[in-house]
Design a protein around this ligand. Structure first.
Ligand SMILES: C[S@@+](CC[C@H](N)C(=O)[O-])C[C@H]1O[C@@H](n2cnc3c(N)ncnc32)[C@H](O)[C@@H]1O
Length: 188
């Protein structure tokens, strides 16, 4: 599965007409002032739009992705913007997230429920997890992605962070896409 994913994303990031989106996810921009600056881990960081944005805001950023080409775009953007981002090429399904290392973990448009416990361990007490991706409602819409395997069931997401402070939660339609977004704070 991961090998097929890697090949898919390598092809996408390596395509001649690929032009990376350099704008961070608006939800991250909206929430960033509520997140204490520190060490940030950007999961499935792709071409780095969110990782570079966080570095510009003073975070010490590690960006992880399975695609070497995606991370090459990330490093290029970081260099152009004059910031540093540490990139790690790895399969998140087998990567060691470490323990209590990060003040912030972000995940945008990559959903793998099995990673939630590792995200919890990777965060310091009081650290934040910021996540946005498609909800299951997206499968019912007439445009955009349809594969339910990549879509979040909102109750399941909230259940995965039971006992955490839910600083923000939204299950709705944003810019014509059905999404769930959450900011969950690990208990201290
Ligand atoms: C839809 S893109 C999102 C990229 C980025 N988060 C953004 O919002 O711009 C999904 C990303 O997940 C990465 N990915 C897919 N499977 C992965 C895995 N098993 N381990 C690490 N990264 C993975 C892909 O390479 C791709 O960059």
């Amino acid at each position: 599965m991961s090998e097929a994913e890697r090949a898919k994303w390598e092809a996408r990031y390596g395509a001649e007409d690929y032009a990376p989106d350099q704008e961070p996810v608006p939800f991250l921009c909206e929430r960033v002032d509520t997140l204490p600056v520190g060490r940030a881990l950007c999961l499935a960081a792709g071409s780095g739009r969110n990782a570079v944005f966080l570095a510009e805001r003073g975070f010490v950023v590690t960006a992880v992705d399975i695609s070497a080409r995606g991370l090459a775009w990330c490093r290029e953007l970081a260099e152009r913007r004059g910031v540093e981002v540490t990139t790690v090429e790895a399969d998140l399904l087998s990567w060691d997230f470490g323990e209590g290392e990060y003040d912030l973990v972000t995940d945008f448009y990559y959903y793998e429920q099995a990673l939630f416990p590792a995200i919890g361990r990777a965060l310091k007490p009081g650290g934040h997890f910021v996540f946005q991706t498609f909800s299951v409602d997206q499968a019912l819409r007439s445009t955009g992605p349809r594969n339910r395997a990549f879509m979040v069931e909102p109750h399941g997401l909230l259940a995965a962070f039971a006992g955490w402070r839910i600083r923000y939660f939204e299950d709705g339609v944003v810019e014509d896409q059905a999404v769930v977004r959450i900011v969950a704070q690990k208990p201290t």
